[in-house]
Design a protein around this ligand. Structure first.
Ligand SMILES: Nc1ncnc2c1ncn2[C@@H]1O[C@H](COP(=O)(O)OP(=O)(O)O)[C@@H](O)[C@H]1O
Ligand SMILES: [Mg+2]
Length: 370
């Protein structure tokens, strides 16, 4: 899909702006804290997911304003479409003039992939970030996954509070049995969805990684079940951990504690990889996410590269841009020349939430001269 036009109104530090991007590369540049990431965040929200910065809805509205608004015109293979998001205390959305029950109704309609410097640490950081990556990617492909996750998290909270009370009130053990059964069911579904997704993601990431390493290093990944293995039902793990869980007043295993072990030549990249190897895996996972999205939906997602290019060497930058050739991409940076050396694109300079300069791309100038 491509973004044809986006209007911002009272969104973050952007009072009013209209962006008419190129169908290929768009470079958004300017000093720090001027609104570049805000601009990408606005595009991202049309994916139907929460802000990639973890912001609450109300934080998206410009300080001192009652509400903010985003209007998007986008094209998919099927047709040109319009979407609208209004943010007050919560977000509301419309698609082609029809009010949606919630913003989640936009999921799968206009898909996007976002890549920022924090993602470069996905291999090195704690398991929570790897789970969040998998979950967000699956949410965008499968609208039923987000409610499944929310339901599971609610059960975990209920179980943890029961674990606290059960020592005082042993009669609550029956209740714990009920919760465990529900938790096992929801948990198994989550694990199954994650495994299914990984069956697509890992080969895609591996192929990309082969491209970097010239096939000298082989990337793989294994889903790690906390306190069990692939074949242990969660029901049994919960049973086996119950005594300890009551003692510690917390649920020690389940998909909320699982992990993804990313490996190079069969060895954990987290424990033994160099920083360069870990970063290559991160780039491969992110481009893999985009590839799976295209494979699954038939539409290429919009790619948002937030400040990430300056963190990468020229080889990896080049690889990314080549890999997504022909896709629409929005790149934010402070210094546009590095990026523009590698590709032609439309550039936008942002200052204080305003677009202060817009330069046409080489290709556009060529078209005008014809
Ligand atoms: N709700 C808001 N209302 C007004 N300004 C905001 C809001 N949220 C963030 N900002 C401002 O936006 C700026 C940061 O924008 P950002 O897009 O992150 O900058 P950058 O250009 O570095 O990517 C900061 O100056 C911040 O104070
Ligand atoms: Mg930024």
């Amino acid at each position: 899909m491509t973004v044809d036009r986006i209007e911002y109104r009272h969104f973050r530090n952007i009072e009013e702006m209209t962006l008419v991007p190129d169908g290929g590369v768009n470079v958004i540049y300017g000093e720090n804290a001027q609104g570049k990431t805000n601009l990408l965040e606005g595009i991202w929200l049309f994916s139907g997911l929460k802000s990639f910065r973890g912001a609450k809805d109300a934080e998206l509205v410009q300080f001192g304003c009652p509400f903010g608004k985003l209007k998007l015109e986008f094209s998919t293979a099927a047709r040109a479409q319009k979407a609208e998001i209004t943010v007050e205390a919560r977000r509301k959305a419309k698609l082609n003039g029809v009010e949606l029950p919630s913003c989640a109704g936009l999921i799968g309609k206009c898909s996007a992939v976002v890549f920022s410097p924090t993602f470069l640490n996905i291999v090195k950081n704690g398991p929570e970030e790897r789970r969040r990556f998998l979950d967000a990617a699956i949410c965008q492909l499968k609208p039923s996954y987000a409610p499944l996750l929310t339901g599971y998290q609610r059960l975990i909270r209920q179980r943890n509070s029961l674990l606290k009370d059960v020592t005082m009130e042993p009669a609550l053990l029956d209740m714990l049995d009920v919760i465990d059964e529900r938790l096992a069911q929801a948990g198994e579904q989550i694990t199954a969805e994650r495994r299914r997704y990984l069956e697509q993601l890992i080969p895609a990431a591996k192929a990309i990684h082969d491209g970097f390493s010239g096939g000298r290093e082989e990337m793989s990944a294994v889903y790690l079940v906390k306190d069990g293995n692939e074949d242990t039902p969660l029901r049994d793990i919960l049973k086996q951990n119950r005594r300890n869980d009551i003692f510690n007043k917390t649920t020690s295993a389940g998909p909320h504690r699982d992990d993804l072990d990313i490996r190079i030549n069969g060895i954990s990249a987290r424990s033994f990889g160099s920083q360069g190897q870990q970063r290559s895996c991160a780039v491969a996972l992110k481009l893999g996410e985009a590839a799976v999205m295209k494979e699954t939906t038939g539409e290429q997602p919009v790619v948002l590269l937030d400040d990430v290019m300056s963190e990468l060497d020229a080889g990896r930058q080049d690889y990314i841009l080549n890999h997504i050739k022909g896709w629409q991409v929005f790149i934010t940076c402070c210094e546009p020349s590095t990026v523009l050396r590698m590709c032609s694109g439309r550039t936008f300079r942002i200052e204080g939430g305003k677009m202060v300069e817009r330069a046409e791309s080489g290709a556009e100038a060529d078209r005008r001269c014809l």
